[in-house]
Design a protein around this ligand. Structure first.
Ligand SMILES: NC(=O)c1ccc[n+]([C@@H]2O[C@H](COP(=O)([O-])OP(=O)(O)OC[C@H]3O[C@@H](n4cnc5c(N)ncnc54)[C@H](OP(=O)(O)O)[C@@H]3O)[C@@H](O)[C@H]2O)c1
Ligand SMILES: *[C@@H]1O[C@H](CO)[C@@H](O)[C@H](O)[C@H]1NC(C)=O
Ligand SMILES: *[C@@H]1O[C@H](CO)[C@@H](O)[C@H](O)[C@H]1NC(C)=O
Ligand SMILES: *[C@@H]1O[C@H](CO)[C@@H](O)[C@H](O)[C@H]1NC(C)=O
Length: 331
């Protein structure tokens, strides 16, 4: 009763009307964010006998994607950097998808040596790969934090790692006859720019968190170049933005940002919704033969940021990354 008195005087005040409008607006944003840009349930793609590799499969979007691929019969290789976290996810996915075709692989995508030994193990295990989802990523690492190999952690994990892994698995993808590569990029790529020097912790100035934006732009820029190089091989490559998704992606930010992200999480996607654009690129039959494209989180082909559209810039970056990963000294 005591509570009701102040409430009843509030009800007709302009601030209350404003508050209600904000809440309604928020609700609309939530419904819009979580609406389905593509109907996963009506996609009949069956993956029995197919081999899929998902990096960062133990958390967030990667876990949901792995679960759905396993449910459709694929043998899914969960590529995780931490054995315990990977094992835990494997048990969970096994239970929810009732699949017994899961395999855990250990790889740290910020380490070129780790990627090489993972690829070697994987190629022995599976000579053919039908789907590679480059999903693992980090955000919120301070600028110019270097790995023991002298690479910038953010650029190594989000760009150089997937570059090397994709190139090392190229033969297995081609052997599959028909295969897809999906790179999980970000809408933040639009705020990045391309500077090869960033890869080793040098290069042009970066605004707050712009290392993430640039690394995602580099990842996106390769869609076109790799697609060009794989023309006629039966392997298609595309990249996608999952949207704003409430996952562990903020783990390396301070508690203030993590708290803010939690506050707005009501208005964002959850991992189940965030996985849909990624699954669209992996599963949708209408994308057969489509390659070299960047998709928005509503599953629509979109132009990536300007630098990623310049063939000279993209080729020069490709060459620099080949040298950095010593890929030119192989095959
Ligand atoms: N969430 C969003 O709003 C959003 C928006 C746009 C794009 N994305 C992209 O979506 C992808 C998936 O992110 P998420 O939101 O699902 O975040 P998440 O829950 O943090 O998952 C990221 C995954 O990447 C793994 N990972 C990080 N560094 C790694 C390394 N060096 N080696 C191997 N694995 C590593 C993590 O493993 P650990 O658990 O061991 O750390 C985790 O499994 C990322 O590429 C992210 O950039 C997310
Ligand atoms: C994915 O990213 C890797 C590394 O950045 C790149 O080599 C490859 O071409 C990209 N593939 C797609 C589909 O964008
Ligand atoms: C990011 O945070 C996680 C969890 O707090 C930690 O294990 C990891 O080492 C951090 N990554 C980097 C590169 O600092
Ligand atoms: C990249 O390397 C190739 C072959 O090594 C060369 O032909 C090409 O001109 C280089 N492109 C750029 C932009 O550096």
């Amino acid at each position: 009763m005591l509570l009701w008195a102040p409430l009843s005087t509030l009800v007709w005040g302009p601030s209350t009307v404003f508050l209600i409008l904000i809440l309604l607006l928020g609700l609309c944003v939530r419904i819009w964010q979580r609406s389905h840009p593509w109907d996963l349930q009506h996609c009949s793609t069956d993956l029995t006998g197919k081999i899929a590799v998902v990096t960062g499969a133990n958390s967030g979007i990667g876990k949901v994607v792995s679960q759905e691929l396993a449910r459709r019969g694929a043998r899914v290789i969960l590529a995780c950097r931490n054995r315990e976290r990977g094992q835990q996810a494997l048990a969970e996915i096994q239970e929810t998808s009732s699949s017994n075709h899961l395999l855990l692989g250990e790889v740290d995508l910020s380490s070129l040596a780790s990627i090489r030994s993972f690829a070697q193990w994987l190629l022995q295990e599976e000579p053919k790969i039908h789907l590679l989802v480059n999903n693992a990523g980090v955000c919120g690492i301070p600028q110019k934090t270097l790995t023991p190999e002298g690479l910038d952690v953010t650029f190594a994990t989000n760009y150089v790692g997937p570059f090397l892994l994709t190139n090392l698995l190229r033969g297995a993808l081609q052997r599959a006859g028909s295969a897809r590569v999906v790179n999980v990029s970000s809408f933040r790529q639009a705020c990045g720019y391309i500077d090869e020097e960033h890869l080793t912790g040098a290069g042009g100035p970066l605004a707050w968190n712009q290392n993430y934006d640039c690394s995602k732009l580099l990842l996106t820029s390769f869609t076109g170049e790799l697609a060009r190089r794989l023309q006629g091989t039966g392997v298609t490559v595309n990249s996608v933005d999952p949207g704003v998704v409430y996952t562990n992606i903020m783990r390396n930010f301070s508690w203030v940002y993590r708290f803010l992200f939690w506050l707005v999480s009501f208005f964002t996607k959850d991992p189940k919704h965030g996985a849909i654009p990624v699954l669209y690129l992996g599963l949708a039959q209408e994308l057969d033969g489509i390659s070299g494209k960047y998709f928005s989180n509503s599953c629509v082909i979109t132009l990536p940021a300007k630098p990623a559209q310049d063939p000279r810039v993209v080729q020069s970056l490709w060459n620099a990354t080949v040298r950095l990963t010593n890929l030119d000294k192989m095959d």
